[in-house]
Write a protein that binds this ligand. Structure first.
Ligand SMILES: [Zn+2]
Length: 90
């Protein structure tokens, strides 16, 4: 027995809703994965408190994670502050 127009329409709507939900789930899952990946690749600087990519941190074997606690920018500023001006090369 063939389906009536109303039944076909209802089925189609159900399928579209299912598709929509599936797409939403996939997109949320993808966002979560991306977010987790981002978090794993980010490191928080102990000085400026910014979350930065690990590329922005110099290697430091003394640290547990192998990277400096300060980002490159902060390291530069910190060293510039610590270094006495009279020792600066002319
Ligand atoms: Zn910093």
């Amino acid at each position: 027995m063939p389906l009536s127009d109303a039944e076909v329409l209802e089925l189609r709507q159900k399928l579209e809703t299912q598709d929509y939900l599936n797409a939403a789930i996939v997109s949320v899952a993808r966002d979560l994965l991306e977010g987790e990946k981002l978090l794993r690749e980010l490191k928080r600087c102990s000085r400026c408190r910014e979350y930065l990519p690990v590329d922005d941190f110099a290697f430091n074997k003394a640290e547990a994670d192998g990277f400096n606690r300060y980002c490159r920018n902060c390291c530069r500023e910190y060293k510039a502050l610590k270094r006495p001006k009279k020792l600066k090369k002319i």
